[in-house]
Design a protein around this ligand. Structure first.
Ligand code: HEM
Length: 148
C-alpha cells in the first residue's frame, strides 16, 4: 500500500480536534444522501457508533507503517460487517460521505493533496476489508444490491 502517511497523519490530527462535529456531520450526511443504509443502523447505539468509527480511523492512522497488523484488523472488521448487513456496494457510499464530511470539517486544510491521500487510503482500506470477506457473487452486482 503506497500511502502519503505524513499528510494523512497531519490532517487526521486536525480532524481529531473536531471529532464530535465531524462524526455527527458524517452520519447526518450519510443518512440524507443514502437513506437506504439507515435501516442497517436500526439497532445501533448512535451515541457510541461515531466513537467506534473514529477509533477505527485512529487504528488505521496509527498503524499505517505496520501493514500486517492493519491487514489483520481490517480483515476482521470486514468480516464483522457482513453480519451487520453491509454489502460491497455500500462501501463507496460511506467512502464518499467520509471524504465529504472531512472536507467540510477541514475547510482550507482540505487541500487537493490531502483529498488525494484520503481517497487512496479509503480505497485501500475498503479493498482490504472486502478481501477478508467471502461475499456471495450476487451481492457483488450493484443491480441486485439495493432494493430501494
Ligand atoms: C472503511 C470502511 C469502514 C470502517 C473503518 C468501519 C468501521 C466500523 C466499526 C469500527 C464498527 C464497530 C463494530 C466493529 O468493530 O465491528 C462498525 C460497525 C458498523 N458499520 Fe462500519 N465501517 C466501515 C464501512 C461501513 C459501511 C460501508 C457500512 C454500510 C453502511 C457500515 C455500517 C456499519 C454498521 C451497520 C455497523 C454496526 C453498528 C452496530 O453495532 O449496530 N460500515 N463499523
Amino acid at each position: 500500500m503506497s500511502l502519503n502517511v505524513d499528510l494523512l497523519r497531519n490532517s487526521f490530527t486536525l480532524l481529531q480536534a473536531e471529532k464530535h462535529e465531524f462524526s455527527a456531520l458524517f452520519y447526518r450526511t450519510l443518512f440524507s444522501d443514502y437513506p437506504q443504509v439507515q435501516p442497517l443502523f436500526a439497532h445501533t447505539d448512535m451515541a457510541e457508533q461515531p466513537k467506534k468509527l473514529f477509533a477505527s480511523l485512529v487504528l488505521v492512522v496509527d498503524n499505517l507503517a505496520k501493514a500486517d497488523i492493519l491487514t489483520n484488523a481490517l480483515h476482521g472488521l470486514g468480516t464483522r460487517h457482513i453480519k451487520y448487513g453491509v454489502l460491497p456496494i455500500h462501501y463507496p457510499m460511506v467512502g464518499g460521505t467520509l471524504l465529504k464530511a472531512m472536507a467540510a470539517t477541514l475547510k482550507d486544510d482540505w487541500t487537493p493533496e490531502v483529498a488525494d491521500a484520503w481517497t487512496t487510503a479509503y480505497s485501500a482500506i475498503a479493498e482490504i476489508m472486502l478481501a477478508g470477506c467471502d461475499y456471495p457473487a450476487e451481492t457483488l452486482d450493484p443491480e441486485s444490491a439495493d432494493p430501494g
